[in-house]
Design a protein around this ligand. Structure first.
Ligand code: HH2
Length: 275
């Protein structure tokens, strides 16, 4: 893990702030900059090690957002949070101009669901000189859930991430600054998601792993229709499962996830069972 994170005795928690009208879980709730800043500050207060700010929804079916609009959404929030919280900020974007402007405004990490495949993104990330998350996605958000197909999902996602890591290093990104993410729910069926979750350690051989499972459809597939409280509890449990292989866990509810991780750590700390 790079020096920009003081390493906690557990996977680092990345709290999510979606400055969008249409995100699948919290769409519209933090579209107003003041509310987004207050939410990011609350996540940091609750123990988020990183606060991830995004201005374009990537939920299945989401429409693309123009760079000018994305900048208008995220820059005031990056500036406001940089002045207010100590936790490093990450910018969730695929656009080189948003990466550059957000880092200039105080973001300390780039989180790209397209793994720097947009024209100019590799060079922009290299110039920014901050840690980068490279995520796997099959297809594009508008259509990615129509018919995801893989021969061997774990092998194919791992090979993609290895290739994108190589491309990033070739473009000048510091190898120690690279994280990879299998992209749960991004062009994957529930079976694909579970196979990736069960094999996170294979992916961790490429680079430290970021895992985002919070409130994704995998949970509804396992549990059926559930209310928000059950969704939050299940999200925290899935995040704790991902902790077995992930360096960073991306979550909407930092407090619930910290509790689930504390239970997991307590269990892991018991080495012998009294007869
Ligand atoms: N998932 C989402 C967005 N960004 N970044 C990484 N590295 N990993 C993820 O799994 C990931 C991500 C989608 O979730 P959310 O931000 O809640 O929704 P939306 O894209 O609709 O804003």
């Amino acid at each position: 893990m790079t020096a920009f994170l003081s390493r906690p005795p557990r996977p680092a928690l990345m709290g999510v702030v979606n400055v969008t009208p249409d995100s699948f879980f919290d769409g519209g709730r933090y579209f107003d900059p003041a509310r987004a800043i207050a939410h990011g500050a609350a996540l940091a207060e609750a123990g988020a090690d990183i606060v991830d700010i995004g201005g374009e929804s990537t939920r299945p079916g989401a429409a693309p957002v123009a760079a000018a609009e994305e900048l208008r959404r995220v820059l005031p929030v990056v500036e406001g949070l940089a002045a207010r919280v100590k936790a490093p900020l990450s910018i969730d974007t695929s656009k080189p101009e948003v990466m550059a402007a957000a880092v200039a405004a105080g973001a300390a990490m780039i989180n790209d669901v397209r793994a720097l495949r947009a024209p100019g993104a590799l060079a922009a990330a290299a110039r920014c000189g901050v840690p980068v998350v490279l995520m796997h996605m099959q297809g594009e958000p508008a259509t990615m859930q129509h018919a995801p197909r893989y021969g061997d999902v774990v092998a194919e996602v791992t090979a993609f991430l290895k290739a994108r890591r190589h491309a990033a290093v070739t473009a000048g990104v510091d190898p120690g600054n690279i994280y990879v993410d299998p992209g749960f729910g991004f062009g994957k069926t529930p079976a694909h998601n579970l196979a990736l979750l069960a094999n996170l350690k294979t992916i961790a051989a490429v680079a430290p792993v970021v895992a985002g499972l919070s409130n994704k459809s995998i949970i509804r597939h396992i549990l059926g229709a559930v209310d928000v409280a059950a969704l939050t509890a299940a999200s925290a449990q899935l995040a704790a499962a991902a902790a077995n292989g992930a360096a960073i866990i991306r979550v909407h509810d930092v407090t619930a996830t910290r509790r689930a991780l504390a239970v997991q750590r307590a269990i892991a700390g018991v080495h012998t069972i009294a007869a």
